[in-house]
Design a protein around this ligand. Sequence first.
Ligand code: ADP
Length: 380
Amino acid sequence: MQTQAQPQDKEIQAETEIEVRDLEIRYGAVAAVGPVSFSVPKGKQLTLLGPSGCGKSTTLRAIAGLEKPAAGVIKIGDRNMYSSAENLNIPAEDRGLSMVFQSYAIWPHMTVYDNVAYGLKVRRKNREEIDAGVKRALALVQMEAYASRPASQLSGGQQQRVALARACAFSPEVLLFDEPLSNLDAKLRGDMRIELRELQHSLGVTSIYVTHDLEEALAMSDCIVVMNKGRIEQSGTPYEIYNYPRTAFVADFVGSSNLISGTVREDLSSGNDVVIETQGGELIHGNTHGRKRGSQATLSVRTVHLQLSSQRPAGDRNVWQVTIARSVFLGDLSEIHVEWGGRKLIIRRSALDRMEEGQQVFLSVDPNRCVLLEDDAPAA
Ligand code: ADP
């Protein structure tokens, strides 16, 4: 799989714990996923990110052993768990992993203690081992005080903590999370995100996390795999994915971007500097960040990287005079629309500094923030 090598990538050199190679999953004749390939280093968290229906859960369930793939290899540690070539498909319970679901899947009629003990009992641990395992797991999620309470008498956040404790109780090598926070309210989701990240670090467990929530993915992951229609669009660190989107899809899904297409002005471009002339006749300077360029190109410019000012900024590259067409107050931010080169550009900026519709201002952007999309990426 192609990724842009960035300095932030250095840490992804640890020993591989999970490897997914050329994995394909079908439902009847319909190809739901694949082929996809990615790997997770030991102790790291990888997130599968993408819109609903792109194949994230199906991929995760195949790794868990809950879905039988059509082709490829799934390796955990040094063991193949699934291999189409070897006709091998190890059952879920023998894969040494644990899964946390969106729906919690805890038993309401059982106490917190019994819910957490369940996984240890089915693994035939003795009483002392079960007791020690439950106490350790409940302490991890700060739920020791609730051990004897029926699970039905817990809040959503507490239930999700119990589900987490249950998943951690038998010290699995690998933890899989399928949108575990999506049933919680926004505030609790933000808190649990941090708790989960800390838990994953302190356990040193290798994990794969599925979400459609961009912020969750950026905040929690060592590596993000962006999926679209069953395929991988890009994989890399959160920093890379956000700053150097490879395709129009990633640029748009991972934060909001303006996609600016045009003809490359070879006479003005050299090295990593690329200048594009739009259909409307505007020239915009961008940076290839080492990517190949053709004669037509698309630049991704994040809405938060475009600057507006009433005074002309210094420099003459990427500075234009524009009129504010629309200004929408969004609380922390304002979304401003301007007409530029016969099209609309969207700018997000602090709402403190108000700009009125009809006002003439200067629009500018650092050329390094105008990122060339890859040549083979779908056109904007
Ligand atoms: P995501 O987790 O990204 O929302 P899924 O992995 O659940 O997506 O689904 C991927 C694709 O597979 C979708 O097109 C979905 O409709 C299809 N799919 C998922 N589960 C089944 C199933 N049990 N039977 C048939 N099609 C399915």
